[in-house]
Write a protein that binds this ligand. Structure first.
Ligand code: OSB
Ligand code: MG
Length: 368
């Protein structure tokens, strides 16, 4: 295959309800989509960077800039266009993993469509459907939270994740346990909102039998997570800190991660995500698929990834309706708490022309 160019498409999709985390509140998801055009066909990539660099250092306009200025030109000049070569060709450019991941995803989609193979088949999926959890934002009050959680349980979600921060942690967890019982699979995500001095406070979550606590400390504080893990009973799971298979191996060796959240955007792509899966399986560490409020495009690929054998915990792979009234692909709809793994070529889904047009803010053609 030969690269002809990449269309950068900014889209804006209103969320069905505000999503508040320890780093901010989102009411709408602004996203960068990539249409990778080759001499043999097209593929779609989704860049999960958000508008502001609050989850990680990447942000939407920064991703667009590095793609336009460096990544697309390097890929165009980098010899035969093959998905398995993309990461190597882009390696001289430091970090920018979400931008790289989106480009690799688009190339992989194009390649697999030509070959008539699915993401699931390519990545090594062993299930045809995956169990789904849901990430529940910080709310203004506990009753409001209980309403939201009850609604999701009614919809069939098999695992609840509560976003926490100082001042919104022990009581919401206690309320969910008391209201919905000990059988609910329950976990929390702090998005780096605590410090090691909070260890005794976080130990107050111990009685609630949580599946895990996700990323309580700074992303670069791997040793802090190892120290914390010795002071609390809840298993420590890393999200932000894990940026590659190598950093996953290091965190595991140090005792900082009993469980790993795998997000392809955060680690530079689906192929690196699979390597992290392999590292974790070899080390006996359970993994699950995280989310970044993806559209149906990213969701299709995430669901394929979540069908690999080491994904033994439900992911943040919720149905389209948890995020958007109208998705840009055929919506992913929960059935019995599961989503079906797409089987068609490439992602197995494509943007619906009208829905895509309705959310498009701008397009920009970056020639090869
Ligand atoms: O930390 O997992 C996170 C959303 C945006 C940024 C970071 C995170 C999240 C979520 C939602 O928790 C996951 C999803 O449902 O897509
Ligand atoms: Mg997280």
């Amino acid at each position: 295959m030969k690269l002809e160019g990449v269309e950068l498409r900014r889209i804006s999709m209103p969320l069905v309800s505000p999503f508040r985390t320890s780093f901010g509140t989102q009411t709408s998801r602004e996203l960068l989509l990539l249409r990778v055009v080759t001499d043999e066909g097209e593929g779609w990539g989704e860049c999960v960077a958000m508008v502001d660099p609050l989850y990680s250092e990447e942000y939407l306009e920064g991703a667009a800039d590095v793609l336009r200025r460096f990544l697309v030109p390097a890929l165009a000049a980098g010899g035969p266009l093959e998905a398995h070569r993309v990461a190597t060709v882009l390696e001289p450019f430091k970090a920018h993993r979400m931008a790289k991941a989106a480009l690799e995803m688009g190339v992989l989609d194009a390649e697999l469509r030509v070959e008539g193979r699915s993401f699931a088949r390519e990545l090594g999926a062993v299930h045809d459907r995956v169990p789904c959890g849901v990430s529940v934002g910080i709310m203004d009050s506990v009753p409001q939270l209980l309403d939201a959680v009850g609604g999701y349980l009614d919809e069939g979600y098999v695992r609840i994740k509560l976003k926490i921060e100082p001042g919104w942690d022990i009581e919401p967890v206690r309320a969910v346990r008391e209201t919905y019982g000990d059988d609910v699979l329950l976990q929390v995500d702090a998005n780096t909102a605590y410090s090691i001095g909070d260890a005794r406070h976080l130990a107050r979550l111990d009685p609630f039998d949580l599946l895990l606590i996700e990323q309580p400390l700074d992303e670069d504080d791997v040793l802090g997570h190892a120290d914390l893990a010795r002071q609390i009973a809840t298993p420590v799971c890393l999200d932000e800190s894990i940026t590659s298979a190598r950093s996953a191996a290091a965190a595991i060796r140090l005792g900082a991660a009993a469980i790993v959240n795998i997000k392809p955007g955060r680690v530079g792509g689906y192929l690196e995500a699979r390597r992290i899966h392999d590292v974790c399986v070899a080390a006996g560490i359970p993994v699950w698929c995280g989310g970044m409020l993806e559209t149906g495009l990213g969701r299709a690929a995430n669901v394929a990834l979540a069908a690999l054998p080491g994904f033994t915990l439900p992911g943040d792979t919720s149905g389209s309706g948890r995020y958007y009234r109208t998705d840009i692909t055929e919506p992913f709809v929960l059935a019995d708490g599961h989503l079906s793994v797409p089987t068609g070529p490439g992602l197995g889904v494509v943007p619906l022309e009208d829905e895509l047009a309705a959310v498009t803010v701008s397009t920009e053609w970056v020639p090869a």
